[in-house]
Design a protein around this ligand. Structure first.
Ligand code: SAM
Length: 279
């Protein structure tokens, strides 16, 4: 490991130790996510091949999961915000310079950004379903938030509740959501904290959810927990989109509920998953 890498690890441990005193529950979920990401996930990858057995191209998958026609999907896919995305290699790095406040510097790395396929999925699903309540976990600079807020604005209805537990980097919280254009922020509600704590509290207040995006920790246990919590409160006909199909969490979550699912290839190493809640 390089000197820079070692310094990063040392700084993370120091901040984590401090957080244990200030916000012990955040520190607990953060430590748990590290434990799964670097050790425990490997024991929960027995069924990842099943994702490849039910895989579709992005537009076809959206049509299947929302019971829409190819024409409807294509029409909502011709959206200005999707055209304004600038893509660096396979990741989205900017909506467009004039629309967003942020630059590409700072602690939030650009590789945290979503793929163009994920942007397309969240935007088109929100256009097709005309949801009242949309929730996402994992905000970072806010690319997916902007894509969904743009859809809600065009629908003329709906609110987006975004949950983010900022990483332990100085200046991270300040950058959260910075790519969301000011004009789209009236329907946006940001909650800071671990999704395992914030989601149940939010669902108690909102009652049910129509569209959900999981784009946060790559930990089996956190993903399974969030997906099951959401599916239990999702209205029939609602759609769940999950990035990071790197463990069995997604397929296990689908088995506890009446739903259909499909995986989508993206320009990132692991697929995206889509779930339609049936009843
Ligand atoms: C891949 S990035 C999200 C990218 C974002 N959707 C976008 O479009 O730019 C993942 C984010 O999830 C956050 N995160 C990680 N664990 C979390 C948790 N347990 N609860 C909420 N947010 C979490 C990270 O801090 C990070 O900002």
């Amino acid at each position: 490991m390089s000197v820079k890498g070692l310094l990063n690890v040392a700084r993370t441990f120091l901040f984590l130790a401090l957080e244990t005193f200030v916000r012990p529950r955040w520190a607990y979920y953060r430590t748990r996510a590290f434990y799964y990401r670097y050790y425990k996930n490997r024991f929960h990858k027995n069924r990842v091949a099943e994702y490849q057995s039910n895989i579709e191209a992005i537009d076809a998958a959206i049509a299947l999961i929302t019971n829409s026609t190819a024409e409807e999907v294509a029409e909502f896919g011709r959206s200005e915000i999707l055209e304004k995305m600038r893509v660096h290699e396979e990741w989205v790095v900017a909506i467009s310079d004039e629309d967003s406040d942020g630059d590409n510097e700072g602690p939030i790395e650009f590789f945290y950004g979503p793929s163009p396929q994920l942007m397309r999925a969240v935007h088109i699903v929100c256009r097709l379903l005309k949801p009242e309540v949309v929730i996402e976990t994992g905000v970072a600079k806010g690319f997916t938030s902007a894509a969904m807020l743009d859809a809600l604005e065009r629908n003329g209805m709906g609110e987006l509740y975004s949950i983010e537990m900022p990483s332990l980097y100085i200046g991270y919280t300040r950058q959260v959501g910075e790519k969301i254009p000011q004009s789209l922020r009236t329907r946006w509600h940001l909650e800071l904290g671990p999704s395992a704590i914030v989601l149940p509290r939010l669902l108690k207040k909102l009652g049910s959810v129509d569209v959900f995006l999981y784009d946060s920790a790559s930990s089996y246990d956190n993903q399974l927990g969030d997906l099951c919590t959401i599916l239990a409160s999702m209205r029939p006909g609602g759609v769940l989109i999950s990035n990071l199909l790197i463990t069995d969490a997604f397929i296990e979550a689908t088995e506890s509920f009446s739903c259909k699912w499909i995986a989508v290839e993206q320009t990132k190493p692991t697929p995206i998953g889509l779930i339609a809640k049936l009843d």
